[in-house]
Design a protein around this ligand. Structure first.
Ligand SMILES: Nc1ncnc2c1ncn2[C@@H]1O[C@H](COP(=O)(O)OP(=O)(O)OP(=O)(O)O)[C@@H](O)[C@H]1O
Ligand SMILES: [Mg+2]
Length: 268
């Protein structure tokens, strides 16, 4: 596999708060996400999981606190004031809870555009890219093709994304994130809406990028069985606060976590 082996990296979230008017989505969140673990972020609906991912990836600007990104031997920098494409270029890729793809474009073009944003910075440069020499396109295509092979998307590489099944679109979105060769891969409910078979193969892909490509996944999901099976470090959010961090077994036995989940069930 010639995908670049990522460096050891770390995201330090320090006392991050996020408010929308009267709503406190995040309330003093302190959390460290480091290479060498497969992270899960869990918690009831509205706990602030997506908000935290949005802060890390630059879509939301925290109301307080800081987020620092460091690469071993490469120094560290605050990222909580950077725009999303700069954060992506530093090596933090993500997928969305609601799929965000260019549906009128092919699988291959979606991945190429994702990669291009990483390489040259900014979707607004897209017009430049499409006019570039074929030679450059070929070299960029090479690692995109690796991602397509890895995710077994060959059969739909030329299909318009809007015509693909929901499960396939989720995979294309994962592919677009992988195409930027990230250190971190933030996945917001990657398995939601998938059938059992699709969930199993997605879990396999996440494990493989972690083990073979040395990319650090951070997975938000409501399917506790999957989370407990593939992740080795679980952080639990409830009402915008971190209520537990630990191994799956530690977290499952934590009284606060049991309370939070029982509380959620009681409201259903
Ligand atoms: N853009 C926004 N404007 C206003 N309120 C928001 C916004 N984004 C999130 N919130 C609020 O912040 C809180 C946390 O929402 P968030 O989407 O982060 O939760 P979540 O843990 O991802 O939930 P779910 O499991 O349902 O996806 C909620 O009360 C939500 O309504
Ligand atoms: Mg969410």
């Amino acid at each position: 596999m010639s995908i670049r082996a990522p460096e050891a990296a770390r995201i330090e979230i320090d006392d991050v708060s996020l408010r929308f008017g009267g709503v406190t989505a995040l309330d003093g969140v302190t959390l460290e996400l480091a290479s060498g673990s497969l992270h899960a972020l869990i918690g009831p609906n509205g706990a602030g999981k997506t908000s935290l991912l949005n802060c890390i990836s630059g879509l939301y600007r925290p109301s307080g606190g800081s987020i620092t990104y460091s690469i071993e031997g490469g120094g560290e920098r605050r990222i909580d004031r950077l725009p999303p494409h700069r954060i992506a270029r530093l090596g933090i890729a993500r997928t969305f809870q609601n799929i965000e793809l260019f549906k009128h474009m092919t699988t291959l073009d979606n991945l190429m555009l994702g990669r291009h944003m990483h390489m040259r910075g900014g979707v607004l440069d897209g017009g430049l890219y499409w006019g570039r020499q074929q030679r450059e396109e070929v070299s960029e295509r090479r690692s995109v093709e690796e991602v397509i092979d890895f995710l077994e998307l060959q059969a739909v590489r030329g299909d318009l994304v809007g015509n693909l099944s929901y499960g396939q679109q989720k995979l294309v979105e994962l592919g677009r994130a992988l195409a930027i060769e990230p250190n971190f891969l933030l996945l917001d409910e990657p398995m939601a809406g998938m059938n059992v078979e699709e969930k199993e193969s997605l879990a396999r892909f996440v494990l493989d990028v972690y083990e073979e490509w040395n990319i650090t996944p951070v997975v938000i999901d409501h399917d506790m069985d999957v989370v407990m099976e593939i992740c080795d470090r679980v952080s639990v959010l409830d009402f915008g606060r971190v209520i537990a961090v630990g191994s799956p077994d530690e977290v499952r036995a934590d009284p606060d976590v049991i309370d939070a989940y029982l509380g959620e069930e009681a409201h259903v």
